[in-house]
Design a protein around this ligand. Structure first.
Ligand code: ATP
Ligand code: MG
Length: 159
C-alpha cells in the first residue's frame, strides 16, 4: 500500500504557495482538510494559497476566528472554518458542518484538533510545524483510504 503520509518542507512562503496549488489540484470536490498547528504556523497562509489556485482573491481570505466560517466562491466553493474560539463541539455542530463537508466545495478547518469528534470519518490531515523564521514542516496524512490518492498526487507534484 502507498504511504498515507507525505512530509513537505517549505523554505519560504513561495513553497507554501506551491503546496496550496498542488492541494487544490489533488483534492476532489467534497474534500475535508483538517489543519493543525500553533498560532502563526501558516494555516491561513495555506488556505490563501489554495484559494488563489481556485480563482479567489487571497486578500479576502482571513482567519474566520470570530464568525467561525467564511465561504469563498471560486471555480468551486471553499468553506473555511476556524475552531479556535469555539466553546465546545455543539457550537461547531450548530454550523451544520456535514452539509459543507458533503457539498460540492472544499472544506478547510483551522484548529481541527479542537473539533476532532466533529470531523467526518475520512479527511486529509495537515500538521504544520514552525521550524524556522520562514521554514515550515507540513505533514500531510490521509485519514481514510479515500484520501490516499490525493497524498500520492501531492507527492508526485512536489517531491
Ligand atoms: N513558509 C511559510 N509558510 C506560511 N507562512 C509563513 C511562512 N514563512 C513565514 N510565514 C508567516 O507566518 C505567518 C502565518 O500566519 P497564518 O495567519 O497563516 O497562521 P495561522 O496558522 O493561520 O494562525 P492562527 O492560528 O492565528 O489563525 C504569516 O505571518 C506568514 O507571513
Ligand atoms: Mg489562521
Amino acid at each position: 500500500m502507498s504511504d498515507p503520509t507525505f512530509t513537505f518542507t517549505a523554505e519560504n512562503e513561495a513553497d507554501t504557495a506551491r503546496l496550496g496549488g498542488a492541494l487544490a489540484a489533488a483534492l476532489a470536490n467534497g474534500s475535508v482538510v483538517a489543519l493543525v498547528g500553533t498560532l502563526g504556523a501558516g494555516k491561513t497562509r495555506l488556505v490563501q494559497a489554495l484559494a488563489a489556485a481556485t480563482g479567489i482573491d487571497p486578500a479576502t481570505v482571513v482567519s474566520p476566528t470570530f464568525v467561525l466560517i467564511h465561504e469563498y466562491a471560486g471555480h468551486r466553493p471553499i468553506y473555511h472554518f476556524d475552531a479556535y474560539r469555539l466553546k465546545d463541539d455543539d457550537e461547531f455542530l450548530a454550523l451544520g458542518p456535514e452539509e459543507y463537508f458533503d457539498g460540492a466545495g472544499l472544506s478547510l478547518v483551522e484548529w481541527a484538533d479542537r473539533v476532532q469528534r466533529c470531523l467526518p470519518d475520512e479527511y486529509l490531515e495537515i500538521r504544520i510545524d514552525v521550524t524556522g523564521q520562514t521554514q515550515r514542516l507540513f505533514a500531510v496524512r490521509a485519514v481514510g483510504a479515500s484520501y490516499a490518492a490525493a497524498v500520492a498526487d501531492l507527492r508526485a507534484a512536489l517531491a
